[in-house]
Design a protein. Structure first.
Length: 104
């Protein structure tokens, strides 16, 4: 007839992040606007403009034990240029008072 059904193994539960160390986030949502736009959220891989001097691609978002968040934004990338011709720099923005999802 057929083989007997195999017993399914239970997958281990993911552990909660340690609140005493920095945590990498996928996105961070704020109850207030960012810069001069109506954006309330930033996410890794999206474009962020703070309305003043920082406009670029969000490379990483890190939340620290004190509750503040630092987003690393790659500024100065020019479309259509070779990687060797790019003159980018990383600028850091700080946030607080929101919530985010932990990167898995």
């Amino acid at each position: 007839m057929g083989e007997p059904a195999k017993k399914l193994e239970k997958l281990p539960e993911p552990s909660a992040p340690d609140g005493m160390r920095p945590v990498a986030l996928e996105y961070y949502y704020l109850p207030y606007n960012i810069g001069a736009t109506v954006n309330h959220a930033i996410s890794v891989g999206s474009i962020l403009s703070d309305g003043h001097k920082v406009t670029g691609l969000v490379r990483e978002i890190t939340q620290y034990p004190g509750g503040f968040v630092i987003a690393a934004v790659e500024c100065g990338r020019l479309p259509g240029r070779l990687e060797s011709e790019q003159k980018t720099e990383i600028k850091y923005l700080t946030f607080s008072g929101g919530h985010g999802m932990v990167k898995q």
